[in-house]
Design a protein around this ligand. Sequence first.
Ligand SMILES: [Zn+2]
Length: 95
Amino acid sequence: MGDRIPGHVDSTAWRRARRAAIRQANGYCQICWHPLVPEARAQTAWATEVDHIVELSKGGAPFDLDNLRAVHRGCHIQRHRVGEPPPQIKRSSAL
Ligand SMILES: [Zn+2]
């Protein structure tokens, strides 16, 4: 593909758009509608992330509030996994 926007997550425009998207969400994940957890640590399932409704690779607007929604990290990951092969799960009980 190669049509990512390099560094967009570091830009001031992105930070502003991200904040606006979170404010717009009014405290609820826009995928599962459970409350967002502002104090959740980054990289955890409950962390707040901002999703592009129309993915950038499909021509979605990177900073347009209409194309952004605040979601849980877990919901975000799940959404982007749709259509991908299931991850290999290591089962410690198999030992
Ligand atoms: Zn959620």
